[in-house]
Design a protein around this ligand. Structure first.
Ligand SMILES: Cc1cc2nc3c(=O)[nH]c(=O)nc-3n(C[C@H](O)[C@H](O)[C@H](O)COP(=O)(O)O)c2cc1C
Length: 341
C-alpha cells in the first residue's frame, strides 16, 4: 500500500471510530432556534423539499460531501454513495481524484460512477494546492470527464497540509491558477474547506476569480488537526493540539457568506451537519443545500440500503422542521421566523 493509500484508510477508520470530531467549539447551529408554529396550516405529506442544483432536480437539498476512501474500500463506498444518491435524487461529491487522475480511474471513480447515478449532480474534487504540484488544466479536465462531473470542486485545506507530515504546503499564487482553471473548464468551479470554514474575504477573492460554488465546510464537525494528530506520534500530537478547534464555525461562516451570493452563485452549508434539523438551520442561514461527510460515513461503509435509510431519516427531520415552522417549501423555510433571543 502506498503512503497516500495508507493515509486514506487511516482517515476512514479514525473518523468512523468517532476520533475525528472536535468537541470544544460547536458549529453554532444549535443556537439557530426556529420559532415553533402550532398552527402550520399545511399537509405534512405535501411539503416540498425539492430544489434545483446545477440544472438537475433534487428531491431534497442534500449532498454527500467529498470523502476519499483507502484503496480497499474506495470503490465500494463510492458505489454505495452513487446508488443511494440516485435512489433519493440527491447530490454527491466524490473524494479527491488526485490518485485517479494520476494512475487511471481508480477507486470507483470512472464511468461506472456516472452509470450508477445518471440523474443527480456529481461534483468532482481535487486539492486546490495540487494546482501548484501535480495537476494542471489537462488533468483537471480529465477529472471532470472521467465521472462526467457537473462541476469541479477545489478543496482548500491549509491546516491539514500544515499538520500532516509531508503535506503539500506551497499555497502561493493559487488564486491565479484557480482563475485560469475557472476560465478553461467547461463546467463551473467550486471551492470548499474541509472543516475550518471559508471566510467572507476568501469567498470574495474566489468569486472574483470566477468560482461559482462555495461550500463553507466550517468548524464544529470533522477536525483535520485532530484526525492527523490521531495518526501521528507524540510530537505531532503536541503540535496539532491547539488547532483541534481552529476555524470558523459553520453557522458564522454561512452568515458571512450569504450576503455575497447572487449572480448565479451557489452556497453549500456543511461542517458538522448531524441531522435534518441542522440542514434546516443551514438553509435558514442562506445555504442552497447542505452537505454531510462524517455523519454519513458509517452508513456509506455499510451499504446502499443503510445509506438510503440514513438519508431518508435526515430528509424526514428536515420535513418535520418545515412542518413545525409552517414552511411549505424551501423558499418559505428561508424566511421562517426564529425565536427571539
Ligand atoms: C474520511 C474523509 C475523507 C475526506 N476526504 C476529502 C477529500 O478527498 N476531499 C475533500 O474536499 N474533502 C474531504 N473530506 C472533508 C469533507 O468533505 C468535509 O468537508 C469535512 O469532513 C467536514 O464535514 P463533516 O463535519 O460533515 O465531516 C473528507 C472527510 C472525511 C470524513
Amino acid at each position: 500500500m502506498t503512503d497516500i493509500s495508507l493515509r486514506k484508510s487511516e482517515h476512514l477508520r479514525i473518523v468512523t471510530e468517532g476520533r475525528g470530531a472536535q468537541d470544544r467549539v460547536p458549529t453554532g447551529l444549535d443556537l439557530v432556534r426556529f420559532r415553533h408554529c402550532a398552527l402550520p396550516e399545511l399537509d405534512f405529506d405535501a411539503i416540498d423539499l425539492g430544489t434545483t442544483f446545477l440544472g438537475r432536480e433534487l428531491r431534497a437539498p442534500l449532498l454527500i460531501s467529498a470523502m476519499t476512501g483507502g484503496p480497499v474500500e474506495a470503490g465500494r463506498i463510492n458505489a454505495h454513495i452513487a446508488e443511494a444518491c440516485q435512489e433519493l435524487r440527491i447530490a454527491l461529491s466524490v473524494g479527491s481524484q488526485r490518485i485517479a487522475v494520476e494512475h487511471g480511474d481508480a477507486g470507483g471513480l470512472g464511468r461506472e460512477l456516472r452509470r450508477a447515478a445518471p440523474d443527480v449532480p456529481i461534483l468532482g474534487n481535487i486539492g486546490a494546492v495540487q494546482l501548484n504540484y501535480a495537476i494542471g488544466i489537462d488533468e483537471a479536465r480529465r477529472a471532470v470527464d472521467m465521472i462526467e462531473a457537473d462541476a469541479l470542486i477545489l478543496h482548500l485545506n491549509p491546516l491539514q497540509e500544515a499538520i500532516q507530515p509531508g503535506g503539500d504546503r506551497n499555497f502561493s499564487g493559487l488564486l491565479t491558477r484557480i482563475e485560469e482553471l475557472a476560465h478553461a473548464l467547461p463546467v463551473p468551479i467550486g471551492a470548499k474547506e474541509v472543516g475550518s470554514g471559508l471566510s467572507a474575504s476568501v469567498i470574495r477573492s474566489l468569486g472574483d476569480a470566477g468560482v461559482r460554488i462555495f461550500d463553507v465546510a466550517g468548524t464544529g464537525g470533522t477536525s483535520w488537526a485532530r484526525v492527523e494528530a490521531e495518526r501521528g506520534d507524540a510530537q505531532l500530537q503536541a503540535i496539532a493540539a491547539p488547532f483541534h478547534d481552529w476555524g470558523i464555525p459553520t453557522a458564522d461562516a454561512l452568515r458571512a457568506a450569504a450576503p455575497l451570493m447572487g449572480q448565479g452563485r451557489i452556497l453549500i452549508g456543511s461542517g458538522g451537519i448531524r441531522h435534518g434539523l441542522d440542514v434546516a438551520r443551514a438553509i435558514r442561514l442562506g445555504a442552497d443545500i447542505a452537505g454531510q461527510a462524517a455523519g454519513a460515513l458509517s452508513a456509506a461503509r455499510t451499504g446502499t440500503e443503510a445509506l438510503v435509510a440514513h438519508l431518508s431519516d435526515v430528509a424526514q427531520q428536515l420535513r418535520i422542521a418545515m412542518f413545525c415552522t409552517g414552511s411549505a417549501d424551501l423558499a418559505a423555510l428561508r424566511r421562517a421566523p426564529l425565536q427571539e433571543a
